[in-house]
Structure formats: structure tokens, C-alpha cells
Design a protein around this ligand. Structure first.
Ligand code: HEC
Length: 301
């Protein structure tokens, strides 16, 4: 299995988890913005890791901050790089979207996607929903050509980049259609996701399904009183009562749709950066002449 995929996962095993308070009378208090010694630096590994695990953590961190390019070498001191970016992408680096308050976190205060749109000579326009001090956003289309879609549509294309050869695909249109009645607002077909932090995600992965289900069923009457409800998502085929996979509880990402961090990382490489890999071997856009001369899957080490 690709080390590029596995290593960020060990990195995700740090930091803390939230605990659900069962104190019915507890009054919640907002502690405000908190600071930590690791803010704006690098995250610490969990205490007690062995030598191999620490090396794995460091390697995952390096890969997570690598600036990906389409092909060739990145110029600049100390810039690590990987090849295979695009043809379509949202960003060129995992940590660009996950860096607040430190690497692995959420979207930073200065939106990284504004400059990434035109990095290396690309001619992408910046969609209306990205603002300089707003969050990194990714876009899903509710419908495409009248049919239910729901998928993430990459914001940018590699066309025009100095490392992209003669690739000439076009950016999707995100232009606002406006509200049909008021004329206000953005394209109603576009819905957004913002980056969630991944601190402690390795610990979430380690929880047995039985514990998640038992927690869900606990304190049923208090939950009902407060309108707390829901159900676990599972690895399934999407057809009622048919399990297309192993049927166990999924945990990560939007509506907990991903089973594991390995799975999530493989998906993020292909969806966010267009880097196909052993878990997601096909390019999302297979246009010849836009693959930077890279074989698919792009990442195999
Ligand atoms: C363009 C911004 C962007 C980039 C780049 C990006 N992510 Fe994310 N990430 C998101 C968003 C948005 C979410 C929220 C969940 C979702 O959309 O399913 C997320 C969620 C996650 C989660 C799930 C956390 C949880 O607890 O459910 C993991 C793990 C993750 N990203 C890993 C990665 C890795 C690894 C990379 C690099 C290969 C990466 N991300 C690159 C935007 C980004």
C-alpha cells in the first residue's frame, strides 16, 4: 500500500477528543478562542511513539505539506514536491486547507486557494464564493444536466500552467444564477464544504463499532427530549438492505461517508489534487495530453 497514503494517517493520531457530557443540568460556557504552544507551527506526535512510528509520523507530515506539481521539478529552496497534480484540482497541498491553528487543522485565516488558482501561470478565475479572508471551500453540484449529482466538482484546471504542456481543458462554471424571485444570492446549484480538522481522527478510527452503537442508544429519553437523533452510516451499496461492502460503521468526512483514514486520504489525493493512487487508480479526468506524462495511478510509493 502506498506510503504516501498511509503516513498522513499516523500523523492524524494526535491531539484530543471531545467527550459528551451527560450532566443534564450543566450550563455550557464558551471558553473563547484558546491558544496552544503548537499554534502556527508543526503538530506534535502522540507521546510514547517508537522510533519507527516517529519516522512514519515525520514522513507523513512531510508528505502532507508537499506542494504537488503536474510534472518536473519545483524551483525554490527546501520545497519538496510530488508529481501528478490535476488535470482538475482544488489545491496543490493537503496542508493548504488543513493548517489552522496548526498543520492538520482547518482552513487558515488567509484563503490559500486565491493564489493557487493562478500559480505556475494557470489562468483559473477565482469562483465568487472564495474570498481572501474566507474559508477554503469546495463545491458540490446538486444537479448536473437535470440529474442528481452531489459530487465534488474541482474548482481549477491545470491548463496554462508552465508544467502542464498543451493541456487545454476548461474550468467548470460557478457563476451565480441568482435567486429566481429576488435575483439575489449565488448559484443555487452549488453547495459547499469547508475543511474540518483531523486532530484525534486516528483515535476515532480505533473505536469499535459496538461502542459507537451503544453510545448512540444511550440516554434515549434525554436525547429524545432535546431532539438529539440520528443513525450510524455504514459501508453499503446505497440500496436498502443490501450490503455492497462489509456493512460496518463508517466515520469520516461528509455524513461520515468514508470508512477509514486510509480511504479518506486516497480519496482526498484524487479529489482534492487529482492524484490517482492505489485506492483510486483512475484519473477523474482522463483527457489525453493533460496527464503531465505521468502514468496512472500517479502515486505508487
Ligand atoms: C481544497 C481543500 C482541501 C484539501 C487540499 C484537502 N482537504 Fe481534507 N478536507 C477538506 C474538506 C472540505 C473536508 C470536510 C469533509 C468532507 O468534505 O467530506 C476535509 C476533511 C478531511 C478529513 C476528514 C476528517 C474527519 O474527521 O472526518 C481528512 C482525514 C482529510 N480531509 C485529509 C486530507 C488529506 C490527506 C489531504 C491531502 C491529500 C487533504 N485532506 C486535502 C478539504 C481539503
Amino acid at each position: 500500500m502506498s506510503a504516501q497514503l498511509i503516513r498522513p494517517i499516523v500523523m492524524m493520531g494526535f491531539a484530543s477528543m471531545c467527550l459528551f457530557s451527560t450532566e443534564a443540568s450543566a450550563i455550557p460556557v464558551d471558553p473563547g478562542v484558546r491558544t496552544a504552544s503548537t499554534d502556527n507551527s508543526s503538530p506534535n506526535p502522540l507521546p510514547g511513539l517508537g522510533t519507527d512510528e516517529l519516522a512514519f509520523f515525520a514522513d507523513g507530515l512531510a508528505r502532507f505539506t508537499t506542494i504537488e506539481v503536474v510534472s518536473g521539478a519545483v524551483q525554490g529552496p527546501g520545497v519538496s514536491q510530488g508529481n501528478g497534480l490535476g488535470p482538475r484540482f482544488n489545491s496543490n497541498q493537503c496542508s493548504s486547507c488543513h493548517s489552522q491553528p496548526t498543520i492538520g487543522g482547518s482552513s487558515p485565516s488567509e484563503n490559500p486557494l486565491i493564489s493557487i488558482a493562478t500559480a505556475f501561470g494557470a489562468a483559473n478565475s477565482v469562483p465568487w464564493f472564495l474570498t481572501p479572508n474566507g474559508p477554503a471551500r469546495e463545491a458540490r453540484f446538486v444537479q448536473s444536466n437535470g440529474a442528481y449529482d452531489g459530487g465534488v466538482h474541482d474548482l481549477f484546471v491545470i491548463s496554462g500552467r508552465s508544467d502542464a504542456g498543451s493541456c487545454n481543458i476548461t474550468q467548470p462554471s460557478f457563476s451565480p444564477a441568482g435567486d429566481p424571485v429576488s435575483g439575489q444570492g449565488g448559484n443555487p446549484n452549488v453547495v459547499f464544504r469547508i475543511p474540518t480538522p483531523m486532530f484525534g481522527a486516528g483515535l476515532i478510527e480505533a473505536i469499535p463499532d459496538s461502542v459507537i452503537l451503544a453510545n448512540m442508544n444511550q440516554n434515549a429519553s434525554q436525547k429524545a427530549q432535546r431532539g438529539v437523533r440520528g443513525h450510524a452510516n455504514t459501508v453499503h451499496s446505497g440500496i436498502a438492505n443490501l450490503s455492497g461492502n462489509d456493512g460496518t460503521v463508517t466515520r469520516f468526512g461528509w455524513k461520515a461517508q468514508n470508512k477509514s483514514l486510509l480511504m479518506f486520504a486516497g480519496e482526498a489525493y484524487n479529489v482534492e489534487m487529482g492524484i490517482s493512487n492505489e485506492l483510486f487508480p483512475q484519473e477523474r479526468d482522463e483527457t489525453p495530453g493533460c496527464q503531465g506524462g505521468n502514468a496512472s495511478p500517479n502515486d505508487t510509493d
